[in-house]
Design a protein. Sequence first.
Length: 219
Amino acid sequence: MRSMQPLDAIRETGVVAIVRHVPADRIGPLARALQAGGVRAIEVTLNTEGALEAIARLAAERPADVAIGAGTVMTAGEVASAVGAGATFIVCPHTDDEVIAAARERGVPVIPGAYTPSEIVRAWRAGAAMVKLFPASNGGPKYLREVRAPLADIPIVPTGGVGLDTAADFVRAGAVAIGLGSALTPRDRIAAGDWQAITDLAARFVAAVREGRAGSSRA
């Protein structure tokens, strides 16, 4: 299995799975189910109980073509802790110059959150590897398409409210990848230990991204 850089893992299938508030004993099986469905980038949010321990565990067990990241990173100190635990990419809900600088100093790509064109450009100029459009549900694919018209060189990852019904549309509108929380990791399926359902959902989202990319190439 080939080794893959974090940004390549995100681009590979165009899906970032967001693991938030999942019980510690379920995170490992959840990650394996997501990987079985084709997901190659998994983000554990730091507001999840035992997040750093979970990141360390997943980083030690991950296949070479899977990237494990930390999400909801709010401070430079949290960057240090997450990278120390094994996170290979950092995701934030906001744009903070100190957080971006801390990630860059450690050679780890950072994906800060932004919404307006001014915020997106600011994040990019500060050193973002990609920019998370958050919350993406507010403007939907139409908003992303309009933002991308003048900012086509900035890779954008819409997150927040993306579902199976909109995933392909976001990709057609120019998303390099999509961030998925509860739409991909529903709590009832996790509580039931229905890992096959998670794998099936992951495969459907990966297929939706592929469909969106095919539509973009024909446009």
